[in-house]
Design a protein around this ligand. Structure first.
Ligand code: HAM
Length: 437
């Protein structure tokens, strides 16, 4: 049998796993400066968490969910029984809904409390058609700020996102920051109706999906990838022009704070994002080259009704998530992917099997001193050991032979130049530290 990883998933082999780990370390470093604390929510939740959070009419819920059935639930289904709410489970397509559920369940933001700030990293699952930058299991780093309604909070979150991208090494000029306002329950219904009327009036020029969306969720039409639809929708009414006074003022202030912080952005009046919980500010970061149509490396926005939707007190919130695979692709496309150091700094070579136990002790000592170190457990020929050291790209070889051992010394060879020196065992760690960068 030919066993393979499922379509749309990837094995994170050591180099990529390490690169992801570095992204998470960078997130920890940047986000903690803004007061964010790590949170972990389950990889699967009750289906209702996602349906109520993200919205039935979105592609994520309507087309892309992975369901989770226990054996017991599968048997009930097969027998034609209906499942209880806590038996209907799904893999998370994103983590905002799960975090909001946890905030309500644990009362993490009681009324009047300061905003709570959380960040997370982990796998998300969407049954999309796999392509470059689009997977069925992918990895996100995200942040959620819950309990702040003020425009400074929007600006702070967007600034933190851009600082994160810069800290991981994506050049600022390689990114476009798009912002828009989705309005709120005051102004959006009337706007939605205008877009519906526009779609109906232009149904001959639009694809069947867009026309169908007129009946369910007209704003989704703006997400249509069809170029001819996009050209028609350029003339659709813009929410920017229909915002109520409160939303207009909020949006203006967010833009003013971003400008004052020196952050350049583009207004994108048709940016609606694919999840239904958004209100007011939405934003997306795209890379200019190298990622084709999957060029969004991160996005987010405000969701002032979500906590209430889950049974909590009215509590505003906002956040973002970034795609870790897409960040890696963006770094590679811009020639700034860090080749992480996995290779040993030091390789210990023994002349004969009698020196193996000394080599073993030395390896432990060097590792305890924070030096990446490897040895050939099989103590093969000298030639094979040097070959392995070269293959692993070790910078230094420590050579232990019978004479050296008798004198409490070792030989140290610089692999690039072949230069050798004899070093007293007692001072070896210090000498290596001086040589290594
Ligand atoms: P999203 O835009 O659906 O937002 O996803 C955020 C990022 O995840 C995208 O910009 C992209 O980089 C990455 N991504 C999404 N789908 C895939 C995929 N199939 N394969 C690879 N990467 C992907 C959210 O998920 C919201 N929860 C963000 C948010 C947090 N809004 C408020 N708080």
């Amino acid at each position: 049998m030919n066993l393979q990883a499922p379509r749309g998933t990837t094995d994170l082999l050591p180099e990529q796993a390490l690169a992801f780990n570095v992204l998470e370390q960078t997130a920890l470093d940047v986000f903690s400066r803004y007061g964010y604390a790590l949170i972990e929510v389950p990889t699967f939740e009750q289906l209702d968490v996602f349906v109520r959070g993200i919205g039935q009419s979105t592609d994520v819920i309507g087309k892309e969910m992975f369901f989770v059935y226990s054996m017991h639930a599968a048997e009930k289904l097969a027998a034609g029984e209906t499942l209880k709410a806590d038996e209907r489970l799904a893999l998370r397509p994103e983590a905002t809904a799960g975090v909001a559920r946890a905030v309500v369940e644990h009362n993490l933001v009681p009324p009047g409390a300061a905003p709570a700030k959380f960040w997370y990293a982990g796998s998300m699952f969407r049954h999309e058609r796999p392509q470059k930058g689009r997977l069925r299991e992918f990895h996100q780093i995200g942040a959620e700020c819950i309990g702040a309604a003020e425009p400074t909070a929007d600006a702070e979150v967007i600034i933190m996102l851009m600082r994160f991208f810069e800290a991981v090494g994506i050049p600022r000029q390689a990114m476009r920051l798009l912002v828009n306002s989705m309005g709120d329950e005051q102004c959006r219904p009337a706007y939605r109706e205008k877009v519906r009327e526009f779609i109906v009036a232009h149904s001959e020029q639009l694809c069947a999906d867009c026309v169908r969306r007129a009946g369910t969720n007209p704003l989704r039409a703006f997400d249509c990838k069809n170029l001819s639809c996009q050209q028609v929708l350029v003339d659709a009414p813009k929410l920017r022009d229909e915002l109520c006074d409160d939303c207009r003022q909020h949006y203006q202030q967010v833009k003013d704070y971003l400008t004052a912080a020196g952050l350049s952005f583009e207004e994108a009046p048709r940016l609606v994002r694919g999840l239904d919980y958004y209100t007011r500010t939405v934003f997306e970061v795209q890379v200019v080259n190298g990622l084709g149509s999957q060029n969004a490396i991160g996005g987010g926005g405000r969701y002032d009704r979500l906590i209430e939707e889950f049974g909590g007190k009215p509590t505003p919130g906002l956040g973002f998530a970034v795609g870790m695979e897409r960040i890696q692709l963006a770094l590679e496309a811009n020639g700034c992917a860090n080749r992480m150091q996995l290779s040993p700094q030091v390789f210990i070579v023994v002349v004969g099997a009698e020196q193996v136990s000394a080599a073993f002790d030395l390896a432990l000592r060097l590792r305890d001193a924070n030096i990446r170190c490897e040895l050939d457990h099989q103590a093969r020929s000298l030639k094979s050991q040097f070959k392995l050291a070269n293959k692993l790209d070790a910078q230094l070889c420590v050579i232990i032979g019978p004479e050296e051992l008798a004198q409490d010394e070792v030989k140290l060879r610089m692999m690039e130049t072949g230069d050798e020196q004899t070093v007293a065992s007692a001072t070896l760690t210090e000498t290596i530290r001086k040589i290594l960068p």
